[in-house]
Write a protein that binds this ligand. Structure first.
Ligand code: ADP
Ligand code: MG
Length: 145
């Protein structure tokens, strides 16, 4: 595991800005697990990343909690999945998530850490933590295979 970067933000807007900055640092293709409790800012950060990749404007990025996977860009350059509503690895497999890993795109996944066996060894994790009402600690880690 390789520690990459740490940010502290004081508003949702700052977290979006971090996302836009990360968009320039993240690889073109790969899996990014967004890890943190409900309200930690996973979707907010994803908006910034999608925006930074010029795949959509942040206003057009919504939480995939009910739709499970959203795709952005033409051709698609960012997938955004939310596995909150899924209970078993089998349900995730049926969703076709693994097919996305082959695509030349970034795949952002909320609640993916619940199904660790489904993700490639080589991936990035972004951990988000509440450190105050509007404060968040954001840490980026790279994992190599
Ligand atoms: P998650 O996807 O982790 O459940 P969301 O991004 O949907 O979280 O929601 C985060 C909530 O917290 C939003 O209502 C946002 O406005 C609020 N918030 C307050 N401060 C921050 C911050 N520093 N970063 C991100 N979100 C923040
Ligand atoms: Mg979310």
């Amino acid at each position: 595991m390789k520690f990459v970067h740490r940010f502290e933000t004081r508003s949702a807007e700052e977290t979006r800005t971090v996302g836009r900055r990360l968009a320039a640092l993240l690889p073109k293709k790969g899996v990014v697990l967004l890890i943190g409790e409900l309200g930690a800012g996973k979707t907010t950060l994803a908006k910034g990343i999608v925006e930074g990749r010029h795949a959509a404007s942040a206003d057009d990025v919504s939480s995939p909690t009910f739709t499970l996977i959203h795709e952005y860009g033409n051709p698609v350059s960012v997938y955004h999945a939310d596995l909150y509503r899924l209970d078993t690895a089998e349900q995730v497999r049926r969703l076709g998530l693994e097919e996305l890993f082959e695509k030349p795109a970034l795949t952002l996944v909320e609640w993916g850490e619940r199904f660790p066996d489904l993700f490639p060894d080589e991936h990035i994790e972004i951990h988000l933590r509440h450190t105050g009402e509007d404060r968040r600690d954001i840490e980026v880690f790279g994992f190599e295979s």
